[in-house]
Design a protein around this ligand. Structure first.
Ligand code: ZN
Ligand code: ZN
Length: 172
């Protein structure tokens, strides 16, 4: 399907207190809308974000400036949540920002709720936010909250656990 919006050159986001503020610049040959966009209902994503339905984009690291790390931002803190995986947050306001797997050093996942309100709700009359956030992939749907986030209303591919595992069938 043809995207409704043109590739935006830049979009911005931050933690709640704005001590960590970033810009995502999509190069002209970038995939648009970014396809590696998924909701995840694993318990770790939930506990980390405080959200029942966390969602993120996995992007090449050079798209994000300045790099979100402890060299650039004094309040950057990371937590190792499993063997190779780290989640970062702002130690001042507590906002959850990123997830990364050290075995995949070229990419980083950014939680979409940290994008600015203008990007999510206002630009292009809201169409940019719709296109940027509409996810066709949902993982750990088997962990959904019954009647709330168990997935009947989630459009697209729904995986019971990790991507590529058992696919959830819709009720007839
Ligand atoms: Zn903050
Ligand atoms: Zn998760």
């Amino acid at each position: 399907m043809e995207p409704k919006t043109k590739l935006p050159v830049t979009i911005t986001g931050s933690c709640l207190c704005e001590a960590i503020r970033y810009t995502i610049t999509f190069p002209t040959d970038a995939e648009w809308p970014p396809k590696f966009n998924a909701t995840c209902q694993c318990t770790k994503c939930r506990k980390f974000t405080g959200s029942l339905l966390p969602q993120g984009h996995v992007l090449p690291r050079p798209y994000i400036t300045p790099a979100i790390n402890n060299t650039t931002f004094a309040t950057y803190t990371s937590f190792q949540s499993s063997e190779h995986c780290y989640r970062s947050f702002c130690s001042k306001c507590g906002s959850s920002l990123t997830f990364h797997d050290e075995t995949k050093p070229d990419v980083i996942e950014i939680y979409l709720g940290t994008l600015d309100e203008d990007v999510l709700c206002k630009r292009d009359g809201g169409v940019l936010g719709e296109e940027l956030c509409k996810s066709g992939v949902h993982i750990w749907v088997g962990n959904g909250v019954k009647g709330v986030s168990d997935g009947e209303r989630l459009e697209g591919v729904r995986w019971k656990g990790d991507r590529g595992g058992e696919e959830m069938k819709r009720k007839a």
